[in-house]
Design a protein around this ligand. Structure first.
Ligand code: F6R
Length: 615
């Protein structure tokens, strides 16, 4: 996820772009850049760091005059955050300038072809490849910029929101979108381009949002020309009057980042496997694993280290790796592992999971494992973070920035990456037949739409939250793959609503927690069809006979639990090992609503920090 801003009109472009980038910083903040055309040439400034760093650099080093410009705040996907990889990017001739939010999956093949034709690259980005492809098409086909962009985009696979201009035609910006958002603000003789309307809301209320596979040619003094990228058919612009304030826009219309991030999960999971999971070809492509496959297949065991929610994702991974790939796994709290003199050998693989990539204990665990000769693999969200640099190899989750302190989309995308790895290893080790493998890949592709369906219970969940919002204690129970989900559900509730909550394997209840159960105690039970269903039903009966209140997460069409529980929330059926990706959704929503009803600060709960960089 990145933020893009563009301006063409009669005002100075620079202040509009810088302010717009600051408003879009929630979309990414590892580097930023701005390009301003001053009527003669382009002034470009780019830097690793925040928009504030860009502001200081550009104001100290370049002329800021000009009525046409593009700006970008980056959340790195290809290439670490540094000055060179920051956007905007030039084409080789220096004529074309581009900003891009998204991922071009086949950039490597295109890059090789362009290198053969003499193109030179100054960054590791897929975006620089795209702008040079546009330049190549423009020259070869002798077409205008709009047509060249269209032809080039028909050759790329991936997601994008782009804005590009040609220094030889400074009255025009071409924009296009597939998968990433793009809004155009329409003023009097001026146009604004942005990832959302927040950069231009104070200048105009008139805006249009591009649909997927649309390209717009924005020319001063002319109407916007809109076309379908695939077949060149004309689309009639639909301009709407915006009635949102800036805060509402940044949160995508949601009241809180946490809710926005919960609802982003279908898209985030898709972005995680995009370009990696090729179900039709029956393959999973992951460079970090492909290049080190023997380290994994020859490993004595996999040790997973993490903290908090990431540790819960690690627990899910333990089930997946052992169940599917038959590799022994140990999951450790990084803070314990680093200090307990663990036995580690060079036949161990250590997987470190961290959303931020900066967690101090996880980093220390990595250092220790490296010293002992283990191969260390990172699963991080933040590109270029310390953990992603300290590990031997890794895979990013591509969830986009997670702003809400309580992890939501980080958890499901971590599980997605770990599932891809486990499936790959299952296939490599011959544990899976091609047919089984294929079935899994296809089902994994169905997960985003099943998450979407799980989110439909939101209204029901809000009514359940109303009933239990004043509870002082809650229990969360699950077995098998749903045990880590119970832990995660309890953590979500306690961290944002300050209600005491405990997660347990359902069968452990008898060994102590059952003493807590009375008519005041809400018990959230994950009782999905696969995964010891009958046994969980027996556990529910035990709670019922002690008058506990039962809120059950069940598989669509369930009958037995419905008869016993006080409330049921249905999720779609899926493979047992993929269930956590769905069963966790209602628990996230429930915590959100309860916290909100208790008047808690959902996005910034007390005493917590998004990134724990101290011990
Ligand atoms: C809980 C939460 C924390 C983090 C933990 C690890 O919602 O966000 O428990 O999961 O602090 O952080 P990362 O994944 O950044 O290492």
């Amino acid at each position: 996820m990145c933020g893009i801003v563009g301006y063409i009109g009669h005002r100075d472009a620079y202040p509009i772009i810088i302010k717009g980038l600051q408003r879009l910083e929630y979309r990414g903040y590892d580097s930023a850049g701005v390009a301003i055309y001053d009527g003669d040439s382009i002034n470009l400034s780019k830097t690793k760091g925040k928009v504030e760093d860009l502001k200081k650099k550009s104001e100290a080093t370049m002329s800021l005059d000009g009525k046409l410009g593009l700006g970008h705040t980056r959340w790195a996907t290809h290439g670490v955050p540094n000055d060179a990889n920051s956007h905007p990017h030039y084409s080789n001739s220096g004529d074309l300038v581009i900003i891009h939010n998204g991922i071009i999956e086949n950039y490597d093949a295109i890059k090789k072809e362009l290198i053969n034709r003499g193109y030179v690259f100054h960054s590791d980005t897929d975006t620089e490849v795209l702008v040079n492809l546009i330049e190549e098409v423009k020259k070869k086909e002798n077409v205008k910029l709009g047509k060249a962009v269209q032809i080039a985009l028909n050759q790329v696979v991936g997601a994008y929101a782009i804005a590009v201009f040609d220094v030889n035609k400074p009255d025009e910006i071409v924009v296009a979108k597939l998968g990433s958002p793009l809004a155009i603000g329409i003023g009097e003789d001026e146009f604004f381009i942005a990832s959302d309307a927040s950069p231009f809301i104070e200048f105009t209320n008139n805006a249009m949002y591009l649909d997927d596979e649309e390209l717009a040619i924005i020319r001063l003094g002319k109407e916007i020309k809109l076309r379908k990228i695939k077949d060149d058919s004309v689309v009639y612009p639909s301009i709407q009057e915006l009635q949102l304030n800036i805060e509402e826009i940044e949160k995508g219309g949601y009241d809180h980042f946490m809710m926005k991030e919960i609802y982003e999960q279908p898209r985030a999971i898709l972005d995680t496997y995009r370009g990696r999971l090729l179900a039709d070809q029956g393959i999973i492509k992951m460079a970090g694993i492909d290049e080190n496959i023997e380290k994994f297949t020859n490993a004595n065991r996999i040790i997973i280290v993490a903290c908090g929610t990431s540790w819960h994702a690690g627990l899910v991974a333990e089930y997946i790796f052992e169940d599917l790939a038959r590799i022994p796994v140990e999951v450790e709290y990084a803070s314990e592992f680093r200090y307990r003199n663990p036995v580690i050998t060079d036949k161990d693989v250590l997987i470190a999971i961290s959303q931020s990539g900066e967690t101090a204990d996880t980093l220390a665990a990595i250092k220790l494992a490296k010293e002992k000769g283990a191969f260390v693999f990172g699963v991080c969200n933040v590109v270029g973070s310390t953990i992603s640099r300290e590990t031997h190899a890794g895979a990013y989750t591509h969830a986009g920035p997670e702003i809400g302190v309580a992890s939501t989309k980080a958890f499901t995308t971590q599980i997605t990456v770990l599932t891809l790895i486990a499936l790959k290893l299952a296939k490599e080790k011959g544990v899976f037949s091609q047919t089984q493998y294929h079935e899994y890949l296809t089902e994994l592709e169905n997960i985003p739409s099943k998450v979407e369906k799980s989110l439909l219970s939101n209204v029901l969940i809000e009514t359940i939250a109303e009933v239990y919002k004043d509870s002082t204690n809650c229990l969360y129970l699950g077995r098998g793959y749903n045990f880590p989900v119970a832990l995660e559900g309890a953590l979500k509730l306690k961290e944002i609503s300050y209600i005491h909550a405990e997660g347990y394997p359902a069968a452990e209840m008898k060994h102590g927690p059952i003493a807590l159960i009375d008519e005041q105690m809400p018990v959230f039970v994950i009782a999905t069809k696969k995964g010891h269903y009958e046994k969980v039903v027996s556990n529910i009966q035990e709670i019922k006979s002690r008058k506990g209140k039962i809120i059950a997460i069940v598989t669509e069409g369930d009958v037995a639990v419905k008869e016993l529980a006080d409330h049921v929330i249905e999720i779609p059926e899926t493979f047992e090992s993929l269930t956590p990706l769905l069963s966790t959704i209602p628990l996230q929503l429930l915590s959100y609503h309860i916290a909100l009803m208790r008047g808690c600060n959902v996005d910034q709960p007390r005493n917590l920090a998004k990134s724990v960089t101290v011990e």
